[in-house]
Design a protein around this ligand. Structure first.
Ligand SMILES: Cc1ncc(COP(=O)(O)O)c(C=O)c1O
Length: 297
């Protein structure tokens, strides 16, 4: 009878997974080799061409219990191939159209392996060293793209330990929350006895500044994550106001101006005007210069 080998969790096996690479003929090594040498072939061969309905796929993901017993890496890799990879989406297929996700240039694969191998933590210089200056340089480049300051500006601020020209985020939602958070805290900043919204909260801020509420204006094509940001920051989803678009799915600046005046007349402070630089559904860019002028008004 075939004696099934069982994986064992022990000091020795733990030591092994950190120090000994997977054998060249193991499932994972074969996957690695195939991905490196022929990614297109790997994707074509391993992602099932026949659609399996989601309720069928869910059957492989039923247990809510974390397994007590360990599994061999190779057995797990096999499961991943059959249950996960086979039923993933071939985003690199020439016939695939899906928002934001597409084929990747080939160099991303070895670079991603390098990143995982290095496993840096940019939250501290002692766990990332040169990655921090690189991060600051990339932020400087993005800042320059938008604000176009001179060389003296960047040599003063780009690598300053006390300031930052920007912040990397894990995605658009966090970027929107961060930007609106800064806008909120700059508008409702410390003033005399008032220590600022960050310290005293929104009720004290409204009382101090005498506003009946706050509003954020954005095109009707604005992403729904902005509503989430308004909710989290205490502005309220109802005060996140969608303005109709004019031609080409770009926000109607005249309609936005009219709404801003209407709100101001009601004692509601327009905290931010959001310009979309590429809407999710249509890719259109709002008239950013006109919106900048409106926000100065
Ligand atoms: C314009 C825009 N903003 C924000 C987001 C949210 O990004 P994320 O899913 O990375 O949080 C998206 C995502 O599609 C987007 O298209």
């Amino acid at each position: 009878m075939d004696q099934k080998r069982c994986a064992v969790a022990s000091k020795e096996t733990l030591m092994r997974i950190f120090t000994v690479p997977e054998a060249p003929d193991s499932t994972l090594s074969k996957i690695e080799l195939e991905i490196s040498s022929n990614l297109a072939g790997f994707l074509n061969e391993n992602i099932a061409a026949i659609e399996k309905p989601l309720h069928e796929i869910e059957k492989d993901f039923q247990s809510a219990v974390i397994p007590e017993d360990p599994t061999f890496v190779s057995a797990y890799a096999q499961d991943i191939m059959e249950q996960l990879v086979a039923h993933s989406v071939h985003t690199a297929a020439p016939s695939f159209i899906g928002h934001m996700t597409s084929a990747l240039p080939h160099f991303v694969l070895p670079l991603s392996k390098l990143m995982v191998g290095l496993n840096q933590n940019l939250v501290k210089i002692e766990t990332s060293k040169a990655f921090t200056p690189l991060e600051r340089q990339v932020l400087g480049m993005m800042h320059h793209l938008v604000y176009g300051q001179d060389e003296a500006f960047y040599s003063k601020w780009m690598h300053s330990a006390k300031t930052s020209l920007g912040a990397f985020c894990s995605g658009g939602t966090i970027a929107n929350i961060t930007a609106l958070w800064i806008a909120r805290n700059r508008l409702l900043k410390a003033d005399g006895e008032f220590k600022g919204i960050a310290a005293e909260g929104i009720v004290s801020a409204m009382l101090h500044y005498g506003y009946r509420g706050l509003a954020v204006l954005v095109s009707e094509r604005g992403h729904y994550s902005l509503g989430k940001a308004a909710d989290l920051l205490g502005i309220g989803r109802d005060n996140f106001i969608a303005i109709k678009t004019a031609d080409n799915n770009k926000v109607d600046v005249a309609a936005m101006r009219a709404k801003a005046h209407e709100l101001e007349a009601q004692g509601i402070k327009v905290m931010a005007i959001v310009g979309v630089a590429g809407t999710t559904e249509t890719g259109n860019i709002d008239p950013l210069d006109a919106l900048a002028e409106l926000s100065v008004e």
